[in-house]
Design a binder for this molecule. Structure first.
Ligand code: DC
Length: 227
């Protein structure tokens, strides 16, 4: 491990439990949790506010010229990371299914990926990071010491996403969420740049039948044997 960064990456499709697991793992290791999806959601929010279509590369590039985001840890570890766009907090606006879909579109643009990947690497320089996303093990931190790919059946991921959104007080339709998950996974895994896929050296975990704590235990056992 000596020449590798003290970075753990957790990639995988929407609703696979990455956020819960990444947060818990970061707590257990005393590492910083890096939610890269929150950055793509912030880019989607920026487009929404400016009335820019997320597929309009020129419009998005213009929006990005005045796009300074900062992430701050929440007061309670189980809450969402706090996101500031040009010094204004936008955390409460980022978790809707609509922003998730827009984030999936906008994240396919090279101009967006370049900017956010650079920012993620800057944050990663400090080491001791648990990064979560779609390309953290393949593209952002290829030298990470520990890489995981967290998957679950589509049905189970939709079930978890509905539960999560309801806990946040949103009214959602299960069939719509399932369709959105299928569409988002297709977008994310078929785009030409940094598509969603396991890194060659990632440990793939199917969490369909596992509680988050058990996934964390399994990850910790891999980390302790190779650390
Ligand atoms: O993890 P999430 O649901 O918050 O991510 C929202 C979208 O952002 C996801 O559908 C694709 C994009 N994303 C990405 O392209 N690369 C990442 N590392 C993280 C998220």
């Amino acid at each position: 491990m000596s020449d590798k960064l003290h970075i753990v990456t957790i990639d995988g499709p929407a609703g696979g439990g990455k956020s819960t697991v990444a947060r818990l793992l970061a707590q257990r290791l005393g590492y910083t949790y890096l939610d890269t999806g929150a950055m793509y959601r912030a880019a989607a929010y920026g487009c929404q506010q400016a009335g820019i279509d997320p597929s309009d590369e020129h419009g998005v590039a213009t929006m990005l010229k005045n796009f300074n985001i900062e992430l701050q840890p929440p007061a309670r570890a189980e809450d969402d990371v706090r996101v500031f766009l040009n010094s204004q907090e936008i955390t409460p606006f980022l978790r809707s299914p609509e922003i998730g879909m827009m984030a999936s579109s906008v994240s396919a643009l090279p101009v967006v990926r370049e900017k956010l990947t650079q920012l993620q690497r800057q944050i990663g320089q400090q080491g001791k990071i648990v990064a979560e996303g779609r390309d953290t093990g393949t593209v952002v931190f290829p030298e990470a010491a520990w890489k995981f790919y967290l998957d679950a059946t589509t049905e189970e991921r939709a079930r978890r996403r509905v539960e999560q959104l309801e806990q946040r007080g949103m009214q959602v339709d299960r069939a719509t969420i399932l369709q959105q998950i299928i569409k988002r996974d297709l977008n994310d895994s078929t785009r030409s740049i940094a598509p969603l896929k396991p890194a060659d050296d990632a440990i793939v975990i199917d969490s369909s039948q596992m509680a988050a704590d058990d996934v964390v235990k399994l990850m910790l056992s891999h980390i302790s044997t190779t650390g």
